[in-house]
Design a protein around this ligand. Structure first.
Ligand code: SAM
Ligand code: SF4
Length: 461
């Protein structure tokens, strides 16, 4: 059966009375914080329609897979999940399956060809249409709706209902899309050109969140440092550093984080604003990608290793106690053993608190996918292991250096692995496990008594 494909720019729907009271939903998210935040909105919309979370996927009436396409294994994961859903959908004719997000934006009808049992396919620009499209699927059968772009700031779905996992902490989108052209990256293709929200709208959203009990916000954008370049506020452009200060001035906001700044655009004014705004946490995610100047140039990153390290040193000098995390790709086309050694050298010098490490994955449609000299998977895999080993040793060393220190932590509820322990987070974004039960959203002072590679252990007495 062919399904209708709508391409165009209808306006966001009005919220409507609940039509699915008591029906159960399950949202599975793949990918980054942007997708996590989109999933919160999808869950919020489903709840505004009367639905409640299902305890597990097979018990759900509506299953939403919110997809990512940054790396190829994301495709494999989606089609694996859809394969498992096929018999469930066949056994439960009332079940509806929705596929949304970046992979849906990219693959569109391919998803329906490979998995005709999917009811709704929607892209990155129209997630707020999920209820309308579910209604359509009920009445008319499977539907695919992909918008080509988000045409204006009014279409950014910031005012939608949201279901937050941690009630005191919220993501706030400040930009969508990306104007950079990193040669490995598919984000500009699936998320479109960069659009910034107006500072006043962002501040109002944060004030509204505080009124709902939120005390921590994470500002989200693919390159937060280019925030405001597309805005004209009476002849001038608002800067990210100003936005940080304005959000920091909102009464009741205790912690501000942001992700990601781009090293090429990360300047002294942002480090100063971080240092001078009490609520901004001593945490920076600064994606390195590679330590080789040759590879950085081939990636179109716009900085070299020395410049990256200079910016890192300047940020650390401006912000005492700053913890830094990064992203690194191993096995970019043409990467030699010497290029990789350069990466290891920068990692050893930078002493990141943590790193998200990725094996390069060729994404069709990106310039790097067509480069010669694709690195064989076994070579990339072996380099990947060496990088992880080096970073794990640095992370553990830095964590061990914190033993004996007293730090402010914010509780997040019981630990998933050991319910006799509570999980909390330091301002530097480190997970701290504490014995005892604490309500989520409580500030405590903890003494760090032990360190592990991915968490710390503390006590409050
Ligand atoms: N905008 C962010 C920035 O510039 O740092 C990155 C966003 S992307 C969702 C997150 C990370 O995925 C990137 O920093 C990069 O390390 C990794 N990534 C992106 N494309 C990739 C690819 N084709 N293969 C492997 N890793 C990739
Ligand atoms: Fe992708 Fe580069 Fe944009 Fe980040 S800055 S989203 S890596 S194109």
């Amino acid at each position: 059966m062919t399904s209708p494909v709508f391409l165009g720019m209808p306006k966001p729907q009005e919220l409507r009375p609940a039509t699915r009271p008591g029906r159960r939903y399950f949202v599975r998210t793949f990918g980054c914080q942007m997708n996590e935040h989109d999933s919160e909105r999808i869950a919020g919309l489903l709840e505004s329609d009367g639905m409640v979370p299902a305890p597990s996927l097979p018990e759900a009436d509506v299953v939403v897979l919110n997809t990512c396409c940054i790396r190829e294994n994301a495709d494999n994961k989606l089609y694996g999940n859809l394969g498992h859903l096929k018999p469930l959908r066949a056994a439960n004719p009332g079940m509806r399956i929705v596929v949304g997000g970046c992979l849906a934006q990219k693959d569109r009808e391919l998803i329906r060809q490979k998995a005709p049992w999917v009811d709704v396919v929607l892209g990155t620009h129209n997630l707020h249409r999920v209820l309308t499209l579910l209604d359509h699927a009920e009445e008319w059968g499977p539907v695919t709706e992909i918008w080509e772009e988000t045409s204006s700031v009014e279409d950014i779905p910031s005012a939608l209902p949201v279901h937050r996992e941690v009630p005191h902490s919220a993501w706030v989108t400040i930009t969508i899309g990306c104007n950079n052209s990193c040669t490995f990256c598919i984000v500009p293709i699936v998320r479109g050109r960069e659009i910034s929200r107006r500072p006043g709208d962002i501040v109002r959203e944060v004030q509204g969140l505080v009124a709902e009990g939120v005390i921590e916000v994470t500002l989200l954008g693919q390159n937060v440092n280019s925030y405001g370049r597309d805005l004209d506020m009476n002849g001038r452009r608002p800067l990210f550093a100003e936005l940080l200060r304005r959000v920091g001035a909102v009464d009741g906001i205790e912690r501000i984080r942001f992700t990601s700044p781009h090293p090429k655009d990360f300047g002294a004014e942002v480090a100063e604003a971080m240092a001078e705004t009490d609520a901004v946490c001593e945490q920076l995610h600064l994606p390195l990608q590679s330590g080789s100047d040759r590879i950085l140039a081939a990636m179109h990153r716009g900085y070299n290793a020395a410049r990256f390290l200079d910016k890192l040193d300047a940020a650390r000098a401006a912000i005492p106690g700053l913890a830094v995390s990064t992203d690194i790709i191993v096995g970019f086309p043409g990467e030699t053993e010497q290029d990789f050694q350069d990466t290891l050298e920068v990692v050893a010098r930078a002493r990141f608190d943590s790193a998200y490490t990725f094996m390069y994955s060729a994404r069709p449609g990106t310039p790097a996918a067509d480069l010669p000299d694709q690195v064989p998977p076994d070579v990339a895999g072996e380099r990947f292991d060496r990088l992880i080993e080096l970073q794990a040793a640095i992370t553990l060393e830095l964590n061990e250096g914190l033993v004996g220190e007293r730090v402010e932590v914010l509780t997040e509820g019981p630990s998933r692995k050991d319910p006799s322990m509570a999980t909390a987070r330091s301002r530097t974004n480190k997970i701290v496990h504490l014995p005892g039960e604490y309500p989520s959203g409580q500030f405590l002072e903890a003494e760090i008594i032990a360190a592990a590679p991915h968490h710390l252990v503390g006590r409050t007495a």
